[in-house]
Ligand binder design. Structure first.
Ligand SMILES: Nc1nc2c(c(=O)[nH]1)N[C@H]1C(S)=C(S)[C@@H](COP(=O)(O)O)O[C@H]1N2
Ligand SMILES: [Mo]
Length: 576
């Protein structure tokens, strides 16, 4: 006991629980401030979203694949939750460290803000002002922490010995270089520490506390603890309101009102309505046209870009004689054409669902290129998105097939998820190179001069879609009744077409399936095969041959780096 400092010379420390709580609430205040700020200006983003998007762009493929395998379609939600969990743990740790050194959390929140500032400035087009949400978040975090810490450590005067003992037991360091501008009697540390952690006095109220504790110190402790709790509660409530308000304000920038106001022109030369003979007679085969709401979605955007049609401009740049600039109205005023095209994602596994067919309305890409005048030597067309994404494909693909700048999908303006106001659509090429959504620029360049988004991450430059057959019914590992069953599915070989689909049962021979009528070499083709199913477990294997007579390869390949291949095989249990 002899080495106890005189009471008046002892600086106060907030209790551990109070310190962690201060850090946590400061973190929550920072995040909420970022959300609120993001609701103020259209191109101010939530720092959490900016950082999450930066993570999506930065993580190696193996991590990305792990995330998709583990969380599936929820991978983006998992990322946001991960960032929130990391931020709150980081903030609590800062709170704890700030118990002795309040400068640490201040630096910590500044660092936190810097990450947000960096993430907000990753694109060449980012406005400088878009750093503001992160800066405000950092200031709110540091400020809230200092305020709460001060309320949690109102000490410096006389303190009961048990508080000092508690300090000695908890800490060995006695010479803290704390800010100590408080004038409250000592004794709160233990109250906050014990009280908050043991949860005993929270409902007792100051009167009960005062009655139960005879000394002045304890009465003051109770009231200062109460003040800490009240302010903490107020911070939490304000954060909830700020975050909610930010979200609500942000919905102002939603592009759906703009999309709803679009009046689509008629195609100059509309495609006929497809006859019913393009479909096989099975309700379990994927519909020929994939409804927009069921069309797969793949992109790197955490928050779908919201581009009102009136604000949208498309430029044609790079190796052209005359750079072009079109508004949405300019685009709609052109002679638009319709094309039925089956889009496929390179990440689609054998038998997977990342493929769909739609009727697209748009401007033939070649018309725009001819107007701009493609210069000799340009061999790559790069589509740039408002969100920084890029895809790139050979200039030839704009001329040897009906590539579009598409504005509509199955008779509706492009859904926002699928690229409103406009996207590229090129038959026969995987979406990552061709189908840039929220298109803002078409740049003519050379493959030698520019690597697009996924090419920088190791995927192939050239990405023709591989011929594939898929079984839609029966389901893999499904159970069906013995007797007549119609096996069915779809097969695709875009730009070539499908001439044959064959199915093998167990180790039996490949039998030719019935094909629905061919509609276009750019769309998939439905197929079916009547099967007299016998009880037991059976393996069904399917394979397609393209219109050039080329059988799809049975060589199994994973999607990386240029698309999956192999024959789809499933097992099915037939009940007697
Ligand atoms: N801006 C942007 N466009 C994009 C992508 C993207 O991440 N960002 N992903 C591409 C990929 S990989 C595919 S498969 C298609 C998917 O289009 P969908 O979501 O309309 O089905 O969009 C392409 N266009
Ligand atoms: Mo894709």
């Amino acid at each position: 006991m002899s080495d106890l400092n005189p009471p008046t010379a002892r600086p106060a420390l907030p209790g551990r629980v109070a310190a962690i709580t201060s850090g946590l609430l400061a973190g929550v205040a920072a995040l909420a401030t970022g959300e609120l700020a993001s609701g103020l200006v259209a191109d101010w983003q939530s720092p959490v979203v900016s950082v999450a998007e930066a993570v999506i762009d930065a993580v190696p493929r193996s991590v990305k694949e792990f995330a998709i395998e583990t969380f599936g379609e929820n991978d983006k939600i998992a990322l946001v939750v991960g960032i929130l969990v990391f931020s709150t743990i980081f903030a609590m740790l800062l709170g704890l460290l700030g118990r002795r050194r309040p400068g640490v959390p201040v630096v910590g929140f500044a660092a936190f803000a810097c990450v947000g500032v960096w993430a907000s400035q990753r694109f060449p087009g980012s406005s400088l002002s878009s750093i503001i949400p992160s800066v405000l978040a950092g200031v709110a975090g540091a400020g809230t922490f200092l305020l709460l810490r001060r309320l949690a450590a109102p000490a410096g005067g006389a303190q009961p010995v048990n508080a000092q003992l508690n300090d000695l037991l908890n800490d060995n360091l006695l010479n803290d270089n704390l800010l100590n501008d408080n004038d409250q009697p000592r004794g709160n540390e233990q109250l906050l520490d014990d009280g908050l952690s043991a949860d005993d006095g929270l409902s007792a109220g100051p009167a009960a506390m005062a009655a139960a504790t005879p000394t002045m110190t304890m009465i003051n402790g109770a009231s200062s603890r109460r003040r800490f709790l009240v302010v903490s509660g107020a911070v939490a409530a304000a954060a909830a309101i700020a975050a909610t308000a930010g979200r609500a304000l942000r919905s102002r920038f939603d592009a759906s009102a703009s999309r709803n106001a679009v009046v689509l022109p008629e195609a100059a030369d509309p495609l006929p309505i497809a006859p019913s003979t393009i479909a096989v007679d099975s309700p379990d085969v994927s519909p020929f046209y994939t409804p927009n709401g069921e069309f797969y979605r793949v992109d790197t955007a955490l928050v779908v870009p919201q581009v009102p049609a009136d604000d949208w401009v498309l430029t044609v740049t790079g190796m052209v004689d005359t750079p072009l600039r079109l508004s949405y109205a300019d685009l709609l005023a052109r002679n638009l054409v319709e094309e039925d095209i089956t889009l496929t994602c390179v990440s689609n596994t054998v038998g997977g669902k990342l493929v769909g067919t739609a009727r697209w309305l748009g401007l033939p890409l070649r018309e725009l290129l001819d107007e701009a005048g493609v210069q000799a030597g340009a061999d790559q067309i790069v589509g740039r998105s408002v969100d920084g994404y890029t895809g790139g494909f050979p200039v030839d693909a704009a001329y040897d097939r009906p590539a579009l700048i598409a504005v509509a999908m199955n008779g509706e303006p492009l859904p926002i998820d699928h690229g409103f106001p406009a996207r590229l659509m090129v038959p026969g090429l995987y979406g990552y190179v061709s189908a840039t959504k929220w298109l803002s620029e078409i740049e003519l360049t050379r493959f030698d001069d520019f690597d697009q988004y996924w090419v920088r991450r190791g995927w192939d430059r050239e990405a023709p879609i591989k011929t594939m057959a898929r079984i839609d019914t029966p389901r893999s590992l499904g159970k069906i009744a013995a007797g007549q069953f119609v096996i069915g599915g779809v097969a695709w070989a875009q730009t070539i077409g499908i001439s044959m689909v064959e199915v093998a049962i167990d180790d039996g021979p490949f039998v030719e399936a019935d094909l629905a009528d061919d509609w276009s070499e750019h769309t998939w083709r439905q197929w079916s095969l009547a099967w007299d199913a016998t009880p037991g477990r059976h393996r069904l294997t399917v394979r397609a041959t393209d219109a050039n007579g080329k059988l799809q390869t049975d060589q199994r390949a994973e999607p990386f780096p240029n698309g999956a291949s192999g024959w789809m095989s499933i097992f099915v249990d037939v009940k007697s």
